[in-house]
Design a protein around this ligand. Structure first.
Ligand SMILES: [Zn+2]
Length: 208
């Protein structure tokens, strides 16, 4: 997520709650209010999620999996990633131990210009750990289009439960003080830690 995208989402979150004259004390109160209102809106959206079902857009099993558990609004966000995956094809780069490295090239349009952006995906199929250098999952809690296209190529039909976050399930009663601030979703195991370390080193090299 770019700095601009981050600041836009912050602005929309606080829109109507704070302005340039807001004091720090008031800001803290208003932050609580903004969070509470946001959760109330989500609860209303969840209520509608029980009453209506957003139809699947294809026969992809993973889409059905997310349709059955996620709230409508989060499922629609997932569908956006899913529809964009059809434009990408992963290329196998190498295998290091149990970890396979793939690359996906995305044809991005920035203003009038087009630019190829390459993303790295690291997959440990044995443990089903996956990470993409776009970090969409870590920011949004949804597997990105690059990972989804890789799962399609590998004919993987279901994602493990750790990638289905409690936070977005239909049957979760949200309380604003229980909101998690991270989407890592990884379990605290030595395998997960090793995988995280490998990804961190790999992505550091990739960014140079
Ligand atoms: Zn990605």
């Amino acid at each position: 997520m770019s700095t601009t995208q981050r600041s836009e989402s912050m602005n929309s979150f606080f829109d109507g709650y704070v302005n340039s004259k807001t004091t720090l004390r008031l800001f803290v109160n208003q932050y609580e209010n903004a969070l509470r209102d946001k959760v109330e809106k989500e609860n209303i959206a969840d209520f509608h999620s029980f009453k209506s079902i957003v139809p699947c857009i294809n026969h992809y099993d993973i889409e059905k999996q997310f349709q059955s558990v996620y709230t409508n609004s989060k499922f629609q966000e997932f569908q956006k990633e899913l529809t964009r995956k059809i434009y990408y094809y992963p290329t196998f780069i190498k295998k290091e131990g149990a970890i396979e490295v793939y690359q996906v090239t995305e044809d991005m349009r920035i203003g009038d210009k087009r630019k190829d952006v390459v993303y790295d995906i690291l997959l440990n199929e044995e443990e089903f750990e996956v990470k993409c250098s776009c970090h969409h999952y870590e920011f949004r809690g949804i597997l990105c289009r690059h990972v989804l296209c890789l799962l399609r190529e590998k004919r993987i039909k279901e994602v493990p439960l750790k990638y289905i976050l409690e936070r977005w399930k239909k049957n979760v009663k949200r309380k604003h003080n229980f909101i998690r601030c991270t989407y890592s979703g990884m379990e605290d195991t030595s395998v997960a830690k090793r995988f995280d370390m490998f990804c961190a080193i790999h992505f550091m090299k990739w960014q140079k």
